[in-house]
Design a protein around this ligand. Structure first.
Ligand code: 8YV
Length: 319
């Protein structure tokens, strides 16, 4: 039987590409550039499957124009807000994602951002690096301690729970909002709040871990920032769409927020140039899952889904 043809539009890990090429006829975008909607549509006539990242947008408009040859979109991501699932389903195209395997890497980046924002890492690094560190004083660069502080987590899925585990190790008092309360074995003593507003009121630190959906877009708006304790620190490793960036900047200007740690932005790639002026904002370019072991695990999980699909089975991560 002829091997299925798989399009890999981004430069996945070496181990992933090696395995993909061993098992499939692959078309690999070695240049790693972004693909336009027209590219996605054109490629769909040449391949049976695609392994995209969150950077390839399968909108309803694209879905309607995909060639019927394309049978499965095996995402190399846990988030699938770049895929219009109902539209793809209507076209009979299977869609999978890669949950679990990136939870720890993403939680580590959330921890880094939280500590960096709390302890003024951008400011301190710039001072030493520029050669302008001329004085030291006990009243100098005093930050905010996480130990014993309250952390509010919005979205207690896999990444939210991995982050909670790390925050627990730092002695934080964990509060969370989730659509449904977790079982005690998953909750691990964290305090459940049945509304976002309620968890915000106790969030000395806040970390966002929910998917971007029409319901969560702009979740952190001016009204919500106002509910935080004064001098809170917000971390976002989920999706830029969750935060109204103009409201975030207002909250930084007013001192409502002492700082923020951001791995994702409304505009990606690129970020928000207005935020560059704020040394109390620690920013990274969407690298939450960017570790060698996690990239391999994501690629392998996507390939496992493809293998199951082409073996006539239901892929483990079918959405
Ligand atoms: C990935 C992510 O780097 O998995 C996700 O949803 O946002 C990131 O961790 C990216 O999507 C890779 O495709």
């Amino acid at each position: 039987m002829k091997r299925p043809t798989v399009w890999i539009p981004r430069r996945l890990s070496d181990a992933t590409l090696e395995r993909a090429q061993a098992d499939y006829d692959c078309i690999i975008n070695w240049e790693d550039g972004l693909s336009s909607a027209d590219d996605l549509i054109a490629m769909s006539a040449k391949v049976d499957a695609v392994i995209p990242c969150h950077s390839e947008h399968f909108s309803a408009e694209v879905a309607a124009q995909l060639d019927s040859r394309l049978k499965i979109i095996a995402n190399h991501s846990v988030g699938v807000d770049h895929c219009d699932l109902p539209a793809l389903k209507a076209r009979g195209i299977a869609v999978t994602n890669t949950p679990d395997v990136l939870s720890d890497a993403t939680a580590e980046i959330a921890m880094l951002l939280m500590l960096g924002a709390a302890r003024r890492a951008v400011e301190g690094d710039a001072l030493v690096r520029s050669g302008n560190w001329k004085v030291w004083s006990p009243s100098f660069m005093v930050g905010k301690q996480v130990t014993g502080a309250r952390i509010g987590i919005i979205g207690m899925g896999r990444v939210g729970r991995a982050f909670a585990e790390k925050a627990r190790g730092f002695g934080m008092d964990i509060h969370y909002y989730n659509r449904s309360r977790l079982d005690p074995d998953l909750e691990q003593g964290a305090t459940y709040h049945d509304s976002i507003d309620s968890v915000l009121a106790v969030s000395d630190f806040l970390s966002l871990h929910c998917p971007a959906t029409p319901e969560t877009t702009g979740l952190m708006n001016a009204d919500r920032f106002a509910l935080l304790p004064d001098g809170a620190v917000m971390v976002n490793t989920a999706r830029g769409a969750l935060v109204d960036e103009a409201a975030l900047i207002d909250a930084l200007d007013s001192g409502k927020l002492a700082g923020a740690g951001l791995d994702c932005f409304v505009t990606e790639p690129g970020g928000n140039p207005r935020l560059s002026a704020y040394q109390n904002v620690f920013m990274l370019p969407h690298i939450g899952s960017a570790t060698v072991s996690t990239r391999d695990a994501m690629g392998f999980r996507a390939l496992n889904n493809l293998d199951a699909f082409f073996a006539g089975q239901t892929p483990g991560d079918l959405l």
